[in-house]
Design a protein around this ligand. Structure first.
Ligand code: SF4
Length: 277
């Protein structure tokens, strides 16, 4: 029976005995061992698998637990992108996403991942100006390249948020929502997820007026006056609260403009279709 609190714990496979019965994302560098290690677990409790090594042979997961979401975690995208070819068979039975850190040269890895039909989740951090140029190129690639059939996050969900005028903060879009997720280190220490990993849960709740840390960040002076605060949620003000957001705002602007363009195109198409011949 899955507990009512519905928290999801991102655990190393070695912590399985401690977290049994919770909703789990299980991470491992050795995919071959997972089917036997997880054989006795409630399949509804395992919500995803993270593979921490692209060098590893993932064949054992191809036909195992069909439909279970998998994430391939890259550490060095410029060097590791050729390894993605080894894992394409996973797509026969699983939704598979590649987590790519936005570091110099990451754009090539994004293009290869998407060409192979993998979804992408970018880990952007607080990008330096030089990296903003590469990110802007990838936004353009995502928006204009007709062969892109898979989402590149966070661009995809932010675009949809602008299009439907229903944005969600990046914490949520990038699976780093501190309300729903906990990260468990190899040593078994529990903390907030994603970029907030390492922050003890109690500390986060106790921050300032008992607010969650992402709310505190979004309430900062720069964010309160930022036109993108509903889509961002103060995400880029962590860990350095003095980070200059000019570059990331440019990326939000690209996506906002594309959503407006899409809406204009669709309303024009509707008008044309409604016109009498
Ligand atoms: S883009 Fe920067 S200033 Fe705007 S909401 Fe995000 S973190 Fe705050």
């Amino acid at each position: 029976m899955i507990p009512m609190n519905e928290l999801i714990y991102d655990i190393p496979v070695a912590q399985l005995p401690v977290y049994r019965g919770q909703r789990l994302i299980v991470r491992s560098r050795e995919p071959a061992m997972l089917p036997s290690l997880l054989a006795a677990e409630d399949p509804d409790a395992i919500v995803g698998i993270r593979l921490l090594s692209l060098e590893a042979d993932s064949e054992a997961l191809n036909a195992w637990a069909p439909g279970l979401p998998l994430e391939l975690v890259m550490a060095d995208p410029a060097a590791e992108f050729p390894l993605l070819y080894r894992h394409t068979n996973l797509l026969d039975n699983h939704p598979v996403r590649v987590m790519i850190p936005a570091c110099p040269g990451f754009g090539k890895a994004v293009k290869v991942a998407v060409a192979l039909d993998f979804a992408v989740r970018l880990e952007v951090g607080q990008p330096e100006p030089a990296l903003i140029e590469e990110l802007a190129e990838v936004v353009t690639f995502y928006l204009r390249q007709p062969t892109v059939a898979q989402p590149i996050e966070y661009f995809h969900s932010v675009l949809l948020g602008f299009y439907h005028d229903d944005p969600a903060p990046l914490w949520m879009l990038l699976d780093e929502d501190p309300h729903d997720l906990r990260y468990v280190s190899d040593a078994g220490v529990e903390s907030l997820p994603g970029r907030l990993a390492g922050i003890a849960v109690d500390l986060a709740v106790e921050t300032e007026q008992g607010e969650w840390i992402e709310r505190v960040l979004a309430a900062g002076e720069d964010c309160r006056s930022c036109e993108f605060v509903r889509s961002c949620g103060g995400y880029f003000k962590w860990p350095n609260r003095d980070y200059d957001c000019a570059g990331v705002k440019r990326l939000f602007g690209q996506l906002q403009e594309a959503a407006a363009e899409l809406r204009r195109d669709l309303s024009q198409t509707s008008l044309n279709n409604a016109s009498p011949d």
